[in-house]
Design a protein around this ligand. Sequence first.
Ligand code: DAT
Ligand code: MG
Length: 133
Amino acid sequence: MAPNTERTFISIKPDGVQQGIVGDIIKQFEQKCFHLVAMKFLHASEELLKQHYTDLKDRPFYPGLVKYMNSGPIVAMVWEVLRVVKTGRLMLGETNPADTKPGTIHGDFCIRVGRNIIHGSDSVESAQKEINL
Ligand code: DAT
Ligand code: MG
């Protein structure tokens, strides 16, 4: 990797896959000149999801979050480019679709925080952890 180049973990959640917007989302990252370095279509196990979301284990929505993420297949991707972690989060918009503007992925494709169709790493460190998982 070139200096300052980062990798981020982005996954399209089960409802995003069901909505049929996988291609639209990948296209946005490609248009932004992110490089796709890995992609996997998988049905994540509860065990794997619990590890991925371990920081949230004491939050009231955690059991529902794990169940939702386990409800169908997801598209797990690694994207690489300069400052990709921050830019990726900007393209996703705020966690809660109600708090974010149209023109972001959360702003354009979903309504509820508990069904927000896409995940993106929030730091270089968490990206590393999530990619390893
Ligand atoms: P982010 O995914 O933006 O990093 P997070 O790590 O705080 O946000 O939460 C992880 C996911 O959990 C989030 O994408 C959607 C869900 N979530 C967060 N807050 C929630 C809430 N108040 N009710 C239901 N689900 C929530
Ligand atoms: Mg998070």
